[in-house]
Design a protein around this ligand. Structure first.
Ligand code: NDP
Length: 263
């Protein structure tokens, strides 16, 4: 029996155990997936080996620490320095990022997108910004503090703090901050949020399982929006494929993960 987990702080909200266990159970794959409340990201590697894990997902706020903990980084994760999936390959930790492609899957229904505003500058924002630029989408980023913006400037995003922001027209505004996850905060002061919502066609939030204050405001303005559930599904399918080493069919994984949303 293989053991998998999600590491995060907070982590009790995570639906990943339900999703992955639904796949393992329905496809008779001998594995179990649990939650680990990891407060200190520097203990990630030791915790992984002490628990005898075969793989993990990593959520807020440890995705950058997860990158540091790996012996080898593959694919898109090496471009962004952000890891949300780790596989134990013969005692070596191999890091991947499935968030960015998971998000692109989630916004397919919005159609063609040219201008995006990302709220927040953490690990998820990095992955999404790089992925958007790869598709030649213009990316603006706004964060409450300046320090984390340098990465985004370097890769070609237009960057703002709350002090110097003036809204343009956007096709899509995405909240990647953790504001609203465990509190009722907006991702930026109300006047900023009002101005971006008045200038966008679509809104998305990486947070799932609740209508955040940001999404509530979008809803009150009749803007088409989605929470992070489809992103969760997209990144989860890709992570599960890595966990089972492609022994399972992607469409089967997706079907059983979707079923777990009904529980
Ligand atoms: P990080 O900790 O790396 O980044 C958090 C960001 O949020 C930082 O830019 C931080 O700003 C900002 N922030 C935190 N609190 C506030 C606040 N009260 N007001 C304004 N800004 C704030 O987190 P991650 O990128 O790993 O995750 C971000 C969110 O995305 C989480 O809620 C996570 O659950 C969700 N997520 C969902 C996924 C899904 O599958 N649906 C996948 C990945 C993430 P500063 O730099 O100033 O500290």
């Amino acid at each position: 029996m293989k053991l998998f987990a999600i590491f995060g702080d907070p982590v009790s909200h995570s639906r990943s155990p339900l999703m992955h266990n639904s796949v393992f159970k329905n496809l008779n794959y001998k594995a179990c997936y649990t939650r680990v409340h990891l407060k200190d990201g520097s203990k990630l590697r030791d915790t992984f080996f002490n628990l005898g894990l075969s793989g993990v997902n990593i959520t807020v706020p440890h995705k950058e620490a997860a990158y540091e903990a790996c012996d080898e980084i593959r694919g898109f994760a090496s471009k962004v320095g952000v890891v949300n999936t780790i596989i134990n390959e013969n005692g070596k930790l191999i890091g991947y990022n499935t968030d960015a492609d998971g998000f692109m899957f989630a916004i397919e229904e919005f159609g063609h997108v040219e201008n995006v505003l990302i709220l927040g500058a953490g690990g998820t924002a990095k992955a999404l910004a790089s992925r958007f630029l790869q598709d030649n989408i213009n990316v603006d980023v706004i964060n409450r503090s300046e320090g984390r913006l340098s990465y985004f400037k370097d890769i070609g995003c237009t960057c703002h703090t709350w002090d110097n922001f003036k809204s343009k027209k956007y096709d899509l505004v995405v909240n990647t901050t953790s504001a609203g996850l465990k509190d009722e905060e907006l991702p930026a002061p109300l006047e900023i949020i009002e101005s971006v919502l008045n200038n966008t066609n679509f809104v998305a939030d990486a947070i799932y399982g609740k209508l955040t204050p940001f999404l509530k405001l979008a809803q009150s303005k009749n803007i088409t929006f989605k929470d992070g559930a489809d992103m969760l599904l997209g990144q989860g399918v890709l992570a599960n494929e890595l966990f089972v080493n492609q022994e399972l069919n992607k469409e089967d994984i997706k079907k059983h993960m979707q079923r777990s949303f009904d529980y």
